[in-house]
Design a protein around this ligand. Structure first.
Ligand code: FES
Length: 188
């Protein structure tokens, strides 16, 4: 494989949200945290630390880049494809940089009936987000300023207060489209 193709495959995908996240660089602190997680499993089962390590990466860098997959694989003596299989299996693990504020809107039955699709449309309108290029492999759409991003999520376990969404780790319930602009006020 030529170097240029290889570089293309392992280079981080860029999005308008990239500017809000640090470049992938393993610090001493991350290394120590990873070692701590790995030691929680028997030596011959250290592959079980794959999810904790991926969560560390995502919380530090906003998403899991190809470089991060290589790093996690090396830490756990796995082939990178094994780590990639985990990343692509769980929708909560992101392969593209979200915005500074990532909004996950539930689209499962109660929320869909309560107006989550209308909420998504309104949020996109307010943030200037174009969702037309989202796909199964890249479900995240980012505003041109990189501040906002959206993604549909499955049931967020608060069906009685539909429609609901998460903004980063903050939960917002009973949020019809008419209240979408109030949501933005919290994140100036
Ligand atoms: S259907 Fe939306 S939280 Fe359950």
């Amino acid at each position: 494989m030529s170097n240029s193709i290889l570089n293309e495959q392992i280079a981080s995908p860029q999005s308008d949200g990239t500017r809000h996240h640090p470049p992938f660089e393993i610090t001493r602190q991350i290394e120590q945290e990873a070692e701590l997680r790995i030691r929680q499993y028997p030596n011959d089962r250290k592959r079980s630390a794959v999810l904790p390590l991926l969560h560390i990466v995502q919380s530090e860098f906003g998403f899991i880049s190809p470089e991060a997959i290589e790093w996690v694989a090396a830490k756990l003596d796995l082939e990178p494809i094994k780590v990639e299989e985990v990343v692509t299996f769980y929708p909560g693990l992101r392969q593209h940089a979200p915005g500074k504020y990532h909004i996950r809107i539930c689209r499962t039955l109660s929320c869909a009936m309560g107006g989550s699709y209308e909420l998504m449309d309104k949020i996109c309108e307010l943030a200037g987000i174009d969702r037309s290029r989202t796909s199964h492999h890249n479900p995240i759409a980012v505003s041109p300023c990189g501040t906002w991003s959206v993604e549909f999520a499955e049931c967020l376990a608060s069906c009685g207060t539909a429609p609901v969404c998460l903004v980063n780790n903050d939960f917002h319930e009973d949020l019809p489209a008419a209240k979408a602009s109030e949501l933005f006020e919290n994140y100036k």
